[in-house]
Design a binder for this molecule. Sequence first.
Ligand code: MN
Ligand code: MN
Length: 472
Amino acid sequence: MADRKSLSYELKNGWKEMSSETRVDAMSFCKDYIQFLNDAKTERESVSVMVAMLKEKGFADFATYIAEGKMVKPGDKIYWINRDKALIAAVVGNQDPTLGMNMVGAHIDAPRLDFKPNPLCEDGGFVMAKTHYYGGIKKYQWVAVPLALHGVILRKDGTKLEVRIGENPGDPVFYISDLLPHLAGDQMGGSASKVVSGEQLKVVLGSIPDVKGEEDEEKVSLKENLLTLLHEQYGLTESDFLRGEIEVVPAFQAGDVGLDRGLVGGYGQDDRVCSYTGLRALLDLEAVPEKTAVCYLSDKEEIGSVGNTGARANWLENFVLELCHAWDPAYEMVALRRSLSNTCFLSADVTAAFDPCYPEVFEKGNSAFAGSGVAIAKYTGSRGKSGASDASAELVASITNLFDGENIPWQVAELGKVDAGGGGTIAQFMTDIGMDVLDCGVPVISMHSPYEVTSKADVYWTYRAYRAFMKG
Ligand code: MN
Ligand code: MN
């Protein structure tokens, strides 16, 4: 914990702020969250699992509204999918949307390894897939751990193969080798960024030369044998990989960490922890809110929010414009601009939790601590706040007052010491289109590693914070 005397606000303990009933609720919430982490390891899987959750709660596809020219009315529950990789869900409020909305926005992509377009290679008795890493990873963390393959491949005949191998009991897993310590003298002497190179991240897919076990089989290469297997089992040819997106992710399951089960460990919590809590907050709204409540889930945050599924795309603006138009067909572009500039947006992304094993990179008086509640970052960015949106004092005041009123423990967060590094979120792209934006999310230990850790208290209080915000 920080030296409390140095803090200008009361740093609470998220567990101590819970009644015994609330604690039961929090534990049950996190059980569902862990299930979600195991069901949704990629952006595409997140969209499909979340759409199922939305449909179950009576949300309808907004694309149908648009196609049929159907109007929205207060209480309507809608979702809109962008290319199977990004998602918006909303509960239409009582107020005219041009008066602004309450939005929570997170991202559903996570650091990983992607197959290269031409991935297959053979060497030393192995057939392997070459990868290109996605997002900020420490490459050495991805070797010598069990890996799973997720994604899609469009076959030449137009059919789509959904890939998910390494998750079910009995499934094979995949693997990237690391050097034995006995021969790693040179490797261990290098800098950590060079210990494992990008080109060395090759995933072992196979090793048996005659996959059919037929002794008189003609001598063919290992790669050809694997291609035979891929063709027989999945109807794939080698060039089909060009039309695919195969993501390599850790194969291990998310679960409880610690004897007291107070922590969640699992892959991809940045930022599926804020995505899940944001969506659940919307799903669990009890009454029709005054302002339209929106959960926005973007893709490509980890590579700069680029592309038509990322937060820099105008898809969110298109949604707001379509929504205004569906509220009142007379509404055009001016309605969009008014709505955006009246909208308050919580940039729901994780921050670094103080790590007692590496205290030197944190400034305790302005760090978030695992277990101390939802973390609020007035600004993110690096160096001189580069890449930050820097929320206004007025906005910080209004959001912290809201949380105080609901007895939600919150804490301030800066991502490490001023000169230690830093990072950005989608906040800046939402301020570009005129919204009031504050970064607000869950502190994470070992962020961007294959196994990230969060406190269940923070997961739960973040959910409650987003729900209070959406309720208005
Ligand atoms: Mn993030
Ligand atoms: Mn990240």
